[in-house]
Design a protein around this ligand. Structure first.
Ligand code: GLN
Length: 588
């Protein structure tokens, strides 16, 4: 039977057929193509960067693309994951808490993603179990194949319908061989069978080792793990070999031979000095062409658009390479030993740096080792400081000592989420004279709970997925520093993830003492941005939001631009820092 006909014989649930594929309304087989990226040998190969770069190259060529990350773990979302173990929790505009790779996709594709772009085993199993209770599988025992795999295919097709993308990029988290990924791999195998030839392109990322005692590249781990993928019924169409240095032809030949992939489809994807150049590396190698050939999309390439998009991107890379003005920004947090916990902040600083022609160096300042006696030493070498988001008690007094020093010594400061709340507590204590001011997250019995739990959070006892999450509008005070930085906008959109807020009981007293709440929720209840006047401090700005999450290479977040500008010793402009309107709010 022609596999194209498979789809017509599939029903959602029936005793008569072994094919089971819930098909979302409006799905038109053949309209959307899929690229599936697997990781072999080990994790940490940069699957997300590879896949997002490849998606960007296709986007440049005029295709509409959208990514989806499939995670094997059973958590429903990434919200309860420790950033120290898993990297930062990236929050989407619709409030989905997801893996940091979604940030990479949003930045690379300059696209807002939604919860359809992030699927975990926890979500898949929940859907299946809920459906079973509704009687959705009456008469059948619910099995991993076809019911759970059917639900995975359903998620992919739902995204295809909702996004109307030409190509969906599927990234399977983890590594081939992980037990929890086995059914995801089976699901994409089924997808390829059902969609028919040239509808799904399987790309295996692998790793070529070079043991120091041998001094030469070895392909055996790659061969073995690729064999495992083939054992799961996936014949890769393209293999990209990650390696420290360019992969030799001999090694590529061995890999080609063992995996039945033609040599001209086994590519070297060696380390480069910047993730931004991977798009060019992919083009030079011809991986984009190989994918389009396989999907039979080559004749739809829009070459003019590609030239234009490529020029814009290459100009960014050029400015990134040429950015030379040295500036050092300290990040005072407790996860400072793992850069992944602050991935988006690092990116946002880079975007701001490139915008201003500055090379931003980051100095990590461990808040757990900081106090009033050593803070001047620790921040002596930095031009500006960020206190990022965080939870719990550890390191809080160190952050408070740091913010006090920055405020008093007129050192540029940007507070993000927890860093916003810390700035309020510090100001209440040391300027308003409320000595025992604190957040009730730290001390629920303090005399002055200037940061208190959001009213809607009071009754909540569970911890997953129930913070104030996602994109919210922020109303800016006219003529404030922040409004000016956002191009005199009256309303911007930022992303949030918090349970606590500035207590409305203290807002007036704090403002009377000179701190300006220049951004609030549209109903005026929640303070979302604060600043000190320009004549008091060169740059003291903080936001309850995670402004880092909506910064993009070609659209740096203005609060980050403001920090880097002040750290360079330049004054904050009265109006939008960019005349080209690239520095706009998340959804401007
Ligand atoms: N812990 C604070 C709150 O829940 C800040 C959260 C954060 O920084 N993401 O409100």
């Amino acid at each position: 039977m022609d596999s194209r006909n498979i789809l017509s014989s599939i029903s959602d649930v029936s005793d008569d057929t072994e094919f089971h594929t819930p098909m979302p309304a409006g799905y038109k087989p053949g309209q959307c193509k899929y690229v599936v990226v697997f990781g072999t040998v080990m994790s940490g190969l940069g699957k997300g960067i590879f896949s997002s770069s490849l998606a960007k190259v296709l986007q440049d060529k005029g295709f509409s693309v959208t990514p989806i990350k499939l995670e094997g773990y059973l958590n429903r979302d990434a919200g309860t994951l420790n950033p120290f173990r898993h990297g930062e929790v990236f929050v989407l505009d619709d409030g989905m808490e997801c893996d940091m790779d979604l940030g990479t996709y949003e930045r690379m594709l300059n696209q807002d993603l939604s919860r359809l772009n992030f699927v975990t085993s926890g979500q898949v199993f929940s859907r299946v179990l809920e459906k079973e209770r509704r009687g959705g599988y009456l008469g059948r025992d619910v099995q991993m194949i076809p019911h759970v795999t059917g639900e995975v295919k359903n998620c992919l097709r739902e995204l295809a319908v909702a996004s109307a993308a030409d190509v969906v990029f599927v990234e399977i988290g983890g590594t081939v061989g992980d037990v929890e990924n086995a059914y995801l791999i089976e699901a994409v195998r089924e997808l390829a069978f059902e969609e028919g030839p040239n509808s799904v392109c399987f790309v295996a990322l692998t790793y070529v080792v070079k043991p120091p005692m041998l001094g030469e590249q070895k392909s055996k781990p790659a061969q073995l793990n690729l064999k495992q993928l083939m054992g799961a019924g996936i014949q890769p169409h393209i293999i990209a070999c990650r390696a420290r240095h360019p992969v030799t032809k001999k090694v590529r030949e061995k890999i080609a031979m063992y995996s039945s992939v033609p040599l001209d489809r086994v590519f070297s994807m060696h380390d480069v000095d910047s993730v931004y150049v991977i798009t060019e590396l992919l083009r030079d190698a011809g991986i984009d062409t190989a994918v389009l050939d396989h999907l039979k999309l080559s004749d739809r390439v829009n070459a003019d658009r590609e030239h234009e998009r490529r020029d814009i991107w290459n100009n960014y890379i050029k400015r990134f390479r040429e950015a030379a003005k040295p500036v050092t920004i300290g990040i005072t947090g407790k996860y400072t030993s793992l850069r992944d916990s602050y991935a988006s902040i690092i990116q946002a600083l880079e975007h701001a740096g490139v915008h201003l022609g500055a090379k931003v160096r980051i100095e990590w300042i461990d808040s757990t080792e900081l106090d009033e006696t050593n803070v001047s030493d620790r921040v002596a070498g930095v031009d500006g400081v960020i206190v990022p988001g965080g939870f719990g008690t550890r390191g809080v007094e160190g952050k408070l000592a740091c913010v006090k020093y920055l405020r008093e010594n007129r050192i540029p400061y940007l507070g993000l989420c927890y860093g916003f709340q810390i700035a309020v507590v510090e100001f209440a204590r040391n300027v308003c004279g409320l000595e025992d001011a604190q957040s009730t997250e730290i001390n629920s019995n303090c005399a002055h709970p200037v940061i208190d739990i959001l009213p809607e959070q009071r009754g909540i006892t569970q911890l997953g997925g129930n913070m104030r999450l996602g994109g919210h509008d922020v109303r800016l005070t006219p003529h404030s520093t922040v409004a000016a930085m956002y191009g005199d906008a009256s309303k911007i959109r930022l992303r949030f993830r918090h349970r606590y807020e500035v207590s409305p009981d203290y807002m007036e007293q704090i403002e009377a003492a000179g701190l300006i709440f220049s951004g609030k929720s549209p109903d005026g209840r929640i303070a979302q941005v604060l600043e000190l006047p320009n004549d008091v401090h060169p740059y003291f700005v903080a936001t309850q939001a995670h402004a880092e999450l909506s910064s993009r290479p070609l659209r740096p977040d203005p609060m980050f631009v403001g920090l880097v500008r002040a750290a360079l010793g330049q004054s904050t402009p009265e109006s939008n820092p960019t005349s080209d309107k690239t520095a706009q709010s998340a959804k401007a």
